[in-house]
Design a protein around this ligand. Structure first.
Ligand SMILES: C[S@@+](CC[C@H](N)C(=O)[O-])C[C@H]1O[C@@H](n2cnc3c(N)ncnc32)[C@H](O)[C@@H]1O
Length: 184
């Protein structure tokens, strides 16, 4: 992971965290606000900032210290620093065990690690919502497909887990799935 993260650090260096942004796929969906939200591979944290502004208490994880530092500054500027617990965390080690069953929402945008799919569900409390977007081979022209999910990967992975699939969109090189953990 170190090489990867060095590359991400270099990419993020000198950049400011962007504007708060709702995760892809949640538009028009009725959501309970508040409670814990986990943002997996938060990068500069646009979704974390959005979630904090919505009243969630956010844990934002990323391996890039540069990205986490930028997110801390943006959170301070926006007055939500006390609502975001940022952690430099290597996702190759899995998700933090202390959040198991605690999260009203889990966000994972543009980061793909199929080994984490069942752990993301395990992080959710009953009725909690997962929104995940990965790069997809569907609708993508040319270039390397190495990091792109094959067609149907998200639906295939999550339909057997402890969730109802609320939405699934796959087009233009991205695949998004919204799912809700079963109540019992
Ligand atoms: C494409 S960016 C997505 C950032 C953000 N979720 C977004 O949509 O703007 C991928 C992120 O994954 C992080 N990342 C890659 N490998 C990682 C690892 N092993 N552990 C933790 N973070 C990792 C990178 O630092 C980067 O911030």
């Amino acid at each position: 992971m170190r090489d990867d993260i060095d590359r991400w650090d270099a990419r993020f260096r000198g950049r400011l965290a962007g504007t708060p942004s709702m995760p892809k796929g949640l538009g028009g969906l009725e959501l309970r606000r508040g409670g814990r939200c986990l943002d997996v591979a938060c990068g500069l944290g646009e979704q974390s900032l959005w979630a904090a502004q919505q009243g969630f208490s956010v844990v934002a994880l990323d391996g890039s210290e540069v990205a986490i530092t930028a997110l801390n500054s943006a959170a301070l500027n926006l007055g939500v620093r006390d609502r975001i617990d940022t952690r430099v965390h290597d996702l190759d080690d899995g998700l933090p065990a202390d959040l198991g069953g605690e999260c009203a929402m889990v966000i994972c945008q543009r980061f793909r690690d199929p080994a984490l799919y069942d752990q993301m569900v395990y992080m959710l409390q009953p009725g909690g919502v997962l929104v995940i977007t990965v790069l997809s081979q569907v609708g993508r022209q040319g270039q390397s497909r190495r990091f792109h999910a094959p067609p149907g990967e998200l639906v295939d992975a999550f339909r057997d887990l402890d969730v109802d699939i609320v939405r699934s969109l796959e087009a233009d090189g991205e695949s998004t799935l919204v799912a809700r953990r079963h109540l019992t």
